[in-house]
Design a protein around this ligand. Structure first.
Ligand code: PHE
Length: 332
């Protein structure tokens, strides 16, 4: 055993020498195993165990040096430097949409909003009817819908307002939720629109919730998201599920208000729709509209991400080009 330990191996040649000497067909171990027949029967077991021990010891050393020799080449088995830092393992990056979604969600969480989620395949009632959009209502055209052919009542949700309906139905008040998630619309794919995209919608229902609360909440959001200098304006708008309704614009971050394709040369970009929840919607969901009021809002994450990162074509988000995706790193 000592002889095995003492053997010096410093390259492929001495490794081979070692192998022949200890492990070869005419090697020391083979010879010792040959002695087995002359060992008394009662000692055979012990003798065999000792030899096996040697053999394992010799083989282990051989394997260890074989590996070192193949890593380091012939010359310097001792040059293997175990203190060198390892090779970098490339880590993926978060998708820009995920980064921005997490950011939006965390801003509203700080205001006390909880996350709510729901199914992407919805029924007509949760996506439309309960939201004051009965069948044949012309406003359904605002959201071109994919229906599921197996069942005319099923569709791919066109907004996450459906999650708000599910939450209101539970009847637990007050409600303060945000609903992030993927939605689908039958739109022609272009630099500004896709047949699927991501939304964050929000809902706050309690006694005495006012339009001033809505405005202040959204101001806070925009300043957290885009910084204190961003300008904001509200425009009156129409949604069947809110009354009054508004859309909120911010000053265009791409051209700084000078005019570009993203803001269609107006200097303003619309980033969300909002309003006070229509009393009919509250009643449809079993909430007493004499006692409770609420506000709701909804935004597309793609638009916000494009503004934040100066991305001019929304199709990039779903093409999975690593050269694009690799540019986004974030702690969130
Ligand atoms: N659900 C609307 C949309 O997807 C956005 C919205 C939500 C508007 C809540 C007003 C209130 O376009």
């Amino acid at each position: 055993k000592e002889e095995i330990d003492a053997a010096v191996i410093d390259g492929a040649a001495s490794l081979e020498e070692y192998r022949i000497k200890f492990l070869g067909t005419k090697g020391i171990l083979k010879g010792l195993f040959g002695e087995m027949k002359s060992v008394a029967n009662e000692n055979k077991k012990e003798f065999g165990q000792i030899l096996n021990d040697f053999k394992q010891h010799a083989e282990a050393k051989y394997e260890q040096f074989k590996e070192l020799t193949s890593v380091n080449g012939d010359s310097a088995t001792s040059s293997l430097d175990l203190t060198l830092p390892g090779d970098d393992i490339p880590v993926g990056t978060h998708h820009p949409i995920s980064i921005v979604r997490n950011e939006i969600v965390s801003i509203f969480q700080r205001l006390g909003f909880a996350i709510a989620e729901g199914p992407e395949i919805e029924d007509d009632m949760h996506n439309f009817t309960a939201l004051n959009l009965p069948e044949n209502h012309p406003a359904r055209d605002m959201q071109d819908t994919f229906y599921i052919s197996q069942n005319p009542d099923w569709l791919l949700r066109t907004h996450t307002s459906s999650v708000q309906v599910r939450e209101m139905e539970k009847g637990k008040l007050p409600i303060r939720i945000i609903c992030p998630g993927r939605v689908y619309r039958n739109e022609t794919i272009s630099a500004r629109a896709h047949c699927f995209f991501q939304q964050v919608e929000g809902l706050y229902i309690d006694e005495n919730v006012s339009f001033a609360d809505l405005k202040q909440t959204l101001y806070f959001f925009v300043q957290e998201m885009f910084g204190k200098n961003v300008k904001v304006r509200f425009r009156p708008s129409y949604f069947p599920f809110t009354e009054p309704s508004a859309e909120m614009d911010i000053s265009c971050l791409i051209c700084g208000g000078k005019g570009c394709n993203v803001c269609k040369h107006t200097g303003w970009v619309e980033i969300l729709g909002c309003g006070m929840v229509h009393p009919k919607v509250l009643e449809n969901c079993g909430i007493d509209s004499n006692k409770y009021t609420g506000f709701a809002f909804g935004m597309g994450i793609e638009r916000i991400t494009m503004l934040k990162y100066q991305i001019k074509d929304l199709r990039l988000f779903s093409e999975n080009d690593v050269r694009f995706l690799k540019q986004f790193t974030s702690a969130t």
